[in-house]
Design a protein around this ligand. Structure first.
Ligand code: NAP
Length: 525
């Protein structure tokens, strides 16, 4: 049952007078639930509780934390159809997507549990003392990773489960040993409350300290800002707009004690279509890309918003086929009227830019909040001259750039902002002949794809979902996959520390049986 309350650790709380409702975009009306915005005191209480919980939680073993994460997955599943129905109501997304995203969310939690059970993620390094070293003896020095402290997570609008309350940010922070306070996304606060109840049940069942998790409601930016400014908060995870992520990043850097903000923001995910792809597979790629651009109403951070090719009949053929195919697909509902309005605004602005031709624009009648797909075409010179064309339009939309030649294509790649992904369509021979293009693309992105579509992000240890700014605020990290745990930790060295008083991961006997770097050699000894 959704009550609209905040969860301050194990306690439900609704001290505030400000309330808001979530919205059903398919039916174009408010949902039945009312949510209580967290007050300033409730925010303080949640952070205070998290700070106290951290003192205990950071010492809890990897095996017990793994049990906690696995139990969260079990409790999420136990929410059954109530979770699926609430998700669909609040997002307008179909049931299949809800079930898929729930599976992915549970899979992520279990993947982090496995990382904890294996244990080597703490990166233990041991270098023993050399008392006889000349001219100076060397101390015994050992290091490993430790959790930062309470983390604030901002749920994403476009993934109510996998990037929200118990999503990748929360799962990785809890795995690292950091208590989490979620600033629930106001578009799916009901979904958030249900998932939050599952996390709290799991915490109680597995004996985690009160305050290891809190969930706060808000419909404006104030709650998030107070959380980021709170001196006892030690890091922030965010997925959303460039404006939102950048504002929080600046706020965190203006604190007396600046803290890291790992924001995953906008990206237009350039796709380079090389000669052999146009020669041999043009129609097949056009059909695949029509689906990729419109998937989930284009509301994916990896949506291909930019296609680059060398001008000519072959590229025109690709653009015509892409335009034809995209108009055949049934348009779908967007997450919220605000997101729909922003999509319409962005599409209109870019369509009116100098040199732009609209090659497809869905014009049949659709329901309210439904996104009508569109494809634009522009020359390389006009694209280079106008950075408005380089901005993300969040929705089923893409710009195809017809470049004069490979040099111009490479120049355009060098002028793009940082991106999550970059894709090359062509042959291996094309790749070998266009090493400058590949290098230029690699310098702008976190993930390179060959002959594929960027939508669909595998959750695995080798995934990088991040990239140079503004794709993310720190290109050294990923927000998807098990390496995401590395955002919430810092290394600490122990010099000449007594063996029995070292953390177990650093003790001579290796009681955890983890892989460690000992005198430069990886070993379980
Ligand atoms: P958003 O506007 O960035 O909001 C995300 C979260 O951050 C919300 O909880 C929001 O709080 C909070 N927030 C935003 N600005 C803030 C600020 N200055 N200070 C404190 N908190 C702040 O993103 P959204 O609501 O998910 O979607 C809006 C637009 O973001 C979309 O139309 C799209 O353009 C973009 N977007 C991009 C991606 C991507 O992966 N590339 C993903 C999602 C969205 P409140 O809502 O309570 O104000």
């Amino acid at each position: 049952m959704i009550s609209g309350t905040n969860s301050i650790g194990y306690t439900s709380s609704k001290k505030g007078k400000v309330t808001f409702k979530t919205f059903n975009p398919k039916e174009n009306k408010n949902t039945e639930w009312t949510f209580y915005e967290a007050t300033s005191n409730e925010i303080d209480d949640a952070v205070e509780l998290a700070t106290n919980a951290f003192k205990v939680y950071k010492h809890i073993s990897g095996l017990r934390k793994a049990e906690f994460l696995e139990e969260i997955a079990t409790e999420i599943e136990a929410l059954g159809d109530e979770l699926i129905n609430t998700y669909c109501k609040e997002s307008g997304l179909p049931e299949g997507r809800a079930r898929g995203e729930r599976g992915r969310t549970m899979g992520q939690l279990r993947a982090f549990a496995n990382v904890l059970k294996e244990g080597s993620w703490v990166e233990a390094v041991i270098e023993k003392a050399q008392p006889n070293r000349e001219p100076m003896p060397k101390s015994d020095i050992r290091k490993m990773l430790f959790p930062l402290g309470p983390v604030v997570v901002f749920g994403a609008s476009n993934f109510p489960l996998a990037f929200s309350t118990a999503g990748g940010d929360t799962a990785s922070a809890l795995a690292a040993g950091c208590p989490v306070i979620v600033k629930s996304h106001p578009m799916h606060a009901g979904t958030g409350e249900l998932v939050s109840s599952a996390i709290i049940k799991a915490a109680e069942k597995t004996g985690m300290p009160n305050g290891v998790f809190s969930n706060l409601n808000s419909s404006g930016i104030e709650v998030g800002q107070q959380l980021v400014k709170h001196p006892k908060v030690k890091a922030v995870g965010f997925t959303g707009s460039i404006n939102g992520g950048t504002a929080l990043y600046k706020l965190a850097n203006e604190r007396d004690e600046p803290i890291p903000v790992f924001a995953e923001m906008g990206s237009i995910n350039p796709v380079v279509i090389l000669p052999s792809a146009l020669e041999n597979d043009s129609d097949a790629w056009a059909t695949k890309y029509a689906s990729s651009i419109t998937m989930g109403a284009g509301q994916f951070c990896t949506n291909p918003g930019l296609v680059l090719g060398i001008k000519g009949e072959k590229l025109n053929g690709f653009i015509n086929k892409l335009s034809e195919e995209i108009l055949k697909l049934e348009p779908t509902c967007m997450l919220h009227p605000n997101i729909h309005a922003k999509y319409q605004e962005g599409k209109k602005e870019l369509s009116g830019q100098n040199g732009v031709t609209v090659t497809a624009n869905y014009e049949k009648d659709t329901n309210e909040n439904t996104a009508q797909p569109s494809i634009l075409k522009v020359s390389g010179a006009d694209f280079l001259a106008n950075t408005k064309l380089h901005k993300e339009v969040f929705g089923p939309f893409s710009v195809v750039v017809t470049c004069e030649n490979v040099t111009e294509l490479e120049n355009i790649l060098n002028h793009l902002e940082g991106q999550l992904t970059g894709t090359i369509l062509g042959s291996e021979d094309d790749l070998e002949k266009h090493t400058n293009v590949v290098d230029a693309l690699q310098s702008r992105v976190g993930r390179l794809l060959f002959n594929g579509v960027p939508t669909g992000v595998e959750v695995c240890s080798s995934m990088v979902h991040g990239g140079p700014f503004p794709a993310s605020t720190d290109a050294r990290f990923t927000s998807v996959g098990t390496s995401a745990i590395k955002r919430w930790v810092r290394p600490v060295s122990f010099q000449d520390w007594p063996n029995k008083l070292l953390p177990q991961a650093l003790q001579d006997e290796n009681p955890l049986k983890i892989t460690r770097l000992i005198e430069g050699v990886y070993s379980k000894n």
